[in-house]
Design a protein around this ligand. Structure first.
Ligand SMILES: Cc1ncc(C[n+]2csc(CCOP(=O)(O)OP(=O)(O)O)c2C)c(N)n1
Ligand SMILES: [Mg+2]
Length: 603
């Protein structure tokens, strides 16, 4: 037995079963050890970046820790974008890279390179991993592995990296027994006991008095217990809930408590609600600029604000600071709130907030995103109307992945998710080319039923090779938003410069004919250019048991709306757009309606 075998056993003992990999000389010993270990499945891709995206898709759909195994140098550096995305999204991932023999590494010599293909990966990835180390002492391997594993899972989760020189991989390991499993973490380890009663009781007291309360649930709230807790919250309190992109699938769309998500590409009604509430609680929401808008000091400007966040740095960040902030696990805090709330509290809260709740319901109906769209074109598919129609075919076991650009923003605004259906995007880092490999990663989930991959043509071109990795015997649908360009960038260039570069064939960026691509990868191909064809095609592809590639003709001038839009004034200065008056700006009749009828302010 050597260190590579020990690593395989340690992974199996910690519940790992899938390893996403590209082979290479410096990691060959580990690939071979994993091959010999019957409990590990190696899943191969054509690019290491795809391994990291696939690992994320796998984690998000299974909750099981993924591993990426890559070789030294370019194998390791190719993985970086995906690992960084896991860092910003707080996703756990264990990366293992091969490294040159210990005597052939640059170590602290100041050389650029010494070993074959060498990249000194640890200093490169140090700033976006929770733990990273080149293992130099084989006899400490188990100890370092456990430290690394625990770091990945404790408090705010994130990626970790072990870099293993070839001679360390091959070093013999003599211990007969592995460490017992008792001292590794399986989930967040914070304890409900450590949450102060004061914070909870103060919030309940304020909630009793609030006339316009809002509770904002983020992905930090996701835990094995979160579904049960949310059901209890929804059952007990008639208080509107806001979600985020990453938590949007935690509450089905037609649940009366689901009031969308705020943000620069949020729902118009959600943004108006944030700016009009008088008591705001965020539970596990990172409150990024995309969520709160660039005018961050004015976020929830009329409210007394409570924040629960596991990372104290997020609480202290300069963009906004709340009157009441608690550094703790959000799901444990809600558990405690629900536990300490009496039946009398609940009655008082629900009666006090009933008018607000009703008004928010009217607002949501009034500003349904689909009302801002018209389905008039015979030559193009409108992405919002496509998502409306697609939603009718979604079922509770589906995994929907989006890429970036239109496939991301319009989907979240328009989709209607049935209970249990997942909607997944790397929203914080948003690397183009993420959706296809992430969807492929999800096919290795034990609960896999069907993946629906929504991708722009620009995004797809960044991971086209992964079409080869779609399992040919599984249900899998790619919907390509084919607008022959980068709509999102075109829109920005139009707004700020009035001319275009690098956004379509005319401006220097060529795209292929996808029917030929689909054929090359043996995928069933469908072209859809109008809504009648769409209506005919959807039942067909949803009935199929094998993968399909649906090429949707879309327009490069499709407007993404509503959105918070900044303007350039006469002096050339940028005027930041307000969260509550998204572009297209509110019409007079809407303004009158929301102020006179509902008592909402819009600026
Ligand atoms: C790796 C990477 N490079 C660049 C960007 C910046 N970017 C965001 S959206 C976009 C265009 C996306 O084009 P496409 O996938 O065709 O979607 P569309 O905008 O046309 O809907 C670009 C270049 C990015 N998000 N990721
Ligand atoms: Mg495009």
């Amino acid at each position: 037995m050597n260190i590579a075998d020990l690593l395989a056993d340690l992974l199996v003992n910690h519940g790992v079963s899938k390893v996403f990999s590209v082979t290479g000389g410096a990691s060959a010993e580990i690939n071979d050890a994993f091959l010999r270990n019957k409990k590990l499945k190696l899943v191969y891709f054509h690019n290491e970046a795809s391994c990291s995206y696939a690992a994320e898709g796998y984690y998000r759909t299974t909750g099981k820790i993924p591993v990426c195994l890559v070789t030294v140098g370019p194998g390791a550096t190719n993985l970086i974008t995906g690992v960084f995305g896991n860092w910003t999204e707080s996703m756990p991932l264990l990366v293992i890279s091969g490294q040159n023999f210990r005597k052939h590494t640059i170590s602290h010599t100041g050389l650029r390179q010494f070993g074959v293909q060498e990249a000194n990966i640890v200093p490169i990835v140090e700033s976006f991993t929770k733990f990273c180390s080149t293992i130099l002492e084989p006899n400490k391997f188990e100890e370092i592995f456990l430290e690394c594993w625990n770091k990945m899972l404790e408090s705010r989760m994130g990626p970790v990296w072990l870099d293993i020189p070839i001679d360390v991989q091959k070093a013999p390991w003599s211990k007969n027994n592995l460490t017992t499993n008792t001292n590794f973490l399986t989930a967040k380890n914070d304890s409900i006991q450590s949450i102060p009663d004061d914070f909870i009781l103060n919030y309940i007291e304020k909630l009793r008095k609030s006339q316009k309360p809002l509770i904002h649930i983020g992905n930090g709230f996701r835990s094995p217990n979160s579904e049960k807790l949310l059901a209890e919250l929804i059952n007990k309190l008639k208080v509107p809930l806001l979600l985020t992109h990453n938590s949007y699938d935690m509450v089905e769309t037609n649940n009366p408590r689901n009031f969308g998500f705020p943000g620069i590409f949020g729902q118009r009604y959600s943004n108006l609600m944030v700016q009009n509430c008088d008591l705001y609680l965020s539970l596990g929401v990172r409150l990024s600029l995309a969520q709160i808008g660039f005018d961050s000091q004015n976020y929830a400007k009329q409210a007394e604000k409570f924040q629960v966040e596991i990372d104290f740095r997020e609480i202290k960040k300069p963009s906004l600071q709340f009157e009441h902030a608690l550094c703790a696990d959000a799901s444990l805090v809600l558990e405690k709130i629900l536990g300490l709330m009496s039946a009398e509290d609940i009655k008082a809260i629900n009666s006090q907030a009933s008018l607000w709740y009703e008004n928010c319901t009217i607002l949501r109906e009034h500003f349904d995103v689909l009302k801002e769209q018209v389905d008039s074109s015979t030559n193009y598919i409108n992405p919002y109307i496509f998502i409306r129609d697609l939603s009718r075919y979604l079922s509770s076991n589906d995994f929907v992945f989006t890429d970036m650009g239109t496939s991301y923003q319009t989907t979240y605004q328009a989709i209607r998710l049935p209970k249990g259906c997942r909607l997944i995007t790397n929203t914080g880092f948003a690397p183009m080319g993420w959706a296809l490999p992430a969807s492929v990663g999800s096919t290795y989930s034990e609960d896999y039923s069907r993946a629906i991959c929504l991708s722009g043509d620009g995004g797809l071109m960044m991971s086209l090779q992964d079409l080869a990795s779609i399992p040919s015997n599984k249900k899998f649908i790619i919907f390509l938003y084919n607008n022959n360009g980068y709509l999102t960038q075109r829109q920005t260039q139009e707004a700020y410069y009035g001319r275009f570069t690098g956004v379509d064939e005319l401006t220097g960026l060529k795209f292929p004919e996808y029917s030929a691509i689909a054929q090359a990868f043996s995928l069933d191909y469908f072209r859809v250019t109008n809504h009648n064809q769409l209506i005919e095609m959807l039942p067909k592809v949803f009935a199929k048991k094998t993968p399909s590639f649906v090429d949707l003709t879309m327009s490069l001038t499709q407007l993404q709306k509503p959105r918070v839009m900044s303007k350039i004034d006469a002096d050339g200065n940028i005027k930041i757009g307000s969260l509550e008056n998204m572009w297209p700006y509110l019409k007079l009749e809407d303004r009158n309606f929301i102020t006179n009828r509902l008592g909402f302010k819009y600026e």
